[in-house]
Design a protein around this ligand. Structure first.
Ligand code: GLU
Length: 309
């Protein structure tokens, strides 16, 4: 006798994937930052996860007035809709201060009195360790650094593969609070990724070198490590990353569909001909369904400019 089959109801799984796009408002979105936003968005949506936007406005001297709003407007134009409110790093001072206190209490950090000039004059490629055992007589505390151990750190990047780093010789003791009093990028990123529960960091490969110190900081602060995936970055014909400094053109927002096709093609997902000229929403629905990290070029940089010849 056959027994009645009872449909198995799947217990809803908690959202386990949470990604983010974390632009610095130093200028408007350009093709390179659109590619990073798009790659992290598509991977999050493909994993049925959340995608957050965090505005890394922690370095006012480098910021451009109005850039934060311009970036958010551009994301809306491309229909890259984020989940929840945007987190502004300028509101997070107390959290960064608490992390600095925790590092000091755990003896992970030290006050450093060296100027950039002194470090450069030492000829060392990384911080030479001058103040790591205490400020030498006559030196005043300027910055706060984290003391790295003599250790090889290995991690696996989803796109770039296995990476081995000699923390002491290749990274050196790194700054968590700058001499001008501002919190350093490594500190803010690590504190906020943990506070926002980010499980996957999908960003440009120009930040690959930032990963070993950030992972070490996660260890010092008792945080778990997120997964990492470093996308190829768009470079110009001189091999320079597109940025404000290399005069990257701002995006032409009158024709977002066209730019999105270029960005998808850059990421190894050229849309079919019938979608050329489609609106960003339609292109994104197609890309979400097709998205496969295997198709994304497993390299660090790709030239995004047509050769004039
Ligand atoms: N704010 C950094 C940038 O715009 C990115 C930080 C990150 O993705 O970890 O380069």
């Amino acid at each position: 006798m056959g027994s009645m089959s009872v449909p198995i109801r799947e217990t809803p799984t908690a959202i386990s994937y949470r990604g983010r796009f974390a632009p610095s408002p130093t200028g408007p979105l350009h093709f390179g930052s659109l590619v990073t936003a798009l790659g992290s968005y598509l991977e999050a949506r493909h994993q049925q996860g959340q995608w957050l936007v965090r505005m890394e406005d922690l370095d006012p001297p480098r910021e451009e007035p109005g850039a934060a709003d311009a970036i958010l407007r551009a994301l809306e134009t491309y229909q890259l809709h984020w989940d929840g409110p945007v987190l502004y790093q300028s509101t997070r001072q107390a959290a960064y201060e608490a992390a600095l206190t925790q590092l000091a209490k755990g003896h992970y950090s030290f006050a450093c009195g060296c100027s950039r000039k002194e470090i450069a004059a030492s000829g060392a490629t990384v911080y030479p360790g001058t103040c790591r055992e205490g400020l030498p007589p006559g030196k005043q505390a300027r910055a706060v650094r984290v003391r790295v151990p003599d250790q090889i750190q290995t991690f696996h990047d989803i796109l770039q593969g296995s990476l081995r780093t000699d923390l002491l010789r290749e990274v050196g003791d790194f700054v968590v609070r700058r001499a001008d009093g501002l919190y350093a990028y490594h500190l803010a990123v690590v504190v906020d990724d943990a506070a926002q529960g980010i499980s996957h960091i999908v960003r440009g490969s120009d930040l690959l070198d930032a990963t070993p110190p950030q992972r070490y900081l996660q260890q010092c602060l008792g945080y778990s490590h997120p997964e990492y995936c470093h996308l190829p970055v768009a470079v110009n014909q001189q091999g320079q990353k597109l940025s404000k400094q290399t005069f990257a053109a701002p995006l032409d927002e009158r024709n977002p569909g066209h730019t999105l096709v270029r960005a998808l093609t850059f990421l190894g997902h050229p849309p079919p001909d019938e979608l050329r000229g489609a609106d960003p929403g339609l292109l994104l629905r197609w890309a979400e369904a097709q998205w496969d990290l295997e198709k994304v070029p497993h390299c660090a940089a790709i030239c995004s400019e047509p050769d004039d010849n």
